[in-house]
Design a protein around this ligand. Structure first.
Ligand code: HEM
Length: 251
């Protein structure tokens, strides 16, 4: 049975597409682009905060304590972040399904070597980054794998984030997984950044290579920044005071 071309009145009444921005593919693309910008800003902020590990335990634990001290503001940021993730994924899937439905089968197959290959890469890298973030939250925020992390405090009685991160990355498997995941994040951002300028209507023939190169450079900086942390731990450039134990899995 074929689907009706226009939604019924009942569908129109309850559908979220009644909101003007969501009622057209362009509006939905804007949501994906704007939530993408918010997520990129979070990733850059998170990277800058994490790089405090190179300044030593005091700097990193002070940074983590500062974040915790913001109390309700931290929860507002978390809720905004979660909303952005949900909207970004939901509208990406919606647009993808609409594209598939609007495209005749033969046309899709013919173009599989062009744009669709890149689009497929975006979906796979996006889903892998999502899986990574869930693992990452379980590891460092919920401390589900190592409940003892919760009890670690430094000499000033602050939550010892430095010790937790160095201990986790002293396991080569964990570090390798992080480097792989941030590599996929870099790939996702490289295309995503160039494509969001296009969605926002800022791309011209002249500016296209600028945005593409800019996206690539930002993605590399983000990748190298995040990857530098597990790498530095494995190379013992960032380490724990010798009295403390290292990898709980490899010992
Ligand atoms: C070497 C790489 C990374 C390190 C060392 C790291 C470190 C941390 C730590 C220690 C926390 C817990 C903070 C706390 O509860 O006090 C955290 C939370 C978080 N990280 Fe990462 N992170 C890394 C990469 C990433 C990446 C690539 C993403 C996203 C793509 C990400 C997303 C998050 C999110 C969403 C949270 C939860 C924030 C919150 O609860 O407020 N992290 N990270």
């Amino acid at each position: 049975m074929t689907r009706p071309a226009t939604p019924s009145k009942a569908t129109k009444k309850s559908c979220a597409c009644c909101i003007p921005l969501l009622s057209s593919p362009i509006g939905r693309k804007w949501i994906v682009a704007l939530t993408g910008i918010a997520l990129i800003l979070f990733v850059i902020g998170h990277l800058l905060g994490n790089l405090s590990i190179f300044a030593g335990p005091d700097a990193m634990n002070a940074y983590a304590a500062f974040l915790k001290s913001t109390g309700e503001l931290l929860w507002v940021v978390r809720i905004v972040l979660l909303t952005c993730v949900a909207l970004h994924i939901w509208f990406t899937i919606t647009l993808w399904r609409e594209n598939l439905a609007a495209r005749p089968q033969k046309y899709a197959e013919k173009n599989d070597l062009g744009i669709t290959v890149y689009a497929r890469l975006m979906r796979i890298s996006g889903l892998t980054v999502l899986a990574f973030v869930l693992y990452h939250l379980a590891q460092f925020t919920w401390e589900a794998f190592n409940p003892e992390y919760k009890t670690w405090v430094d000499v000033q009685g602050r939550y010892d984030v430095y010790r937790m991160v160095v201990t986790a990355f002293s396991c080569p498997f964990v570090s390798a997984f992080y480097v792989l995941a941030v590599g996929l994040l870099g790939m996702h951002l490289s295309h995503g950044i160039a494509s969001l300028f296009q969605t926002l209507g800022l791309t011209t023939e002249k500016l296209r290579p600028v945005f593409e190169k800019g996206g690539l450079i930002i993605a590399w900086i983000i990748f190298l920044g995040f990857a530098s942390i597990p790498t530095a731990v494995l190379l013992h450039l960032v380490k724990l005071p010798s009295s403390l134990p290292t990898c709980p899995f490899c010992q």
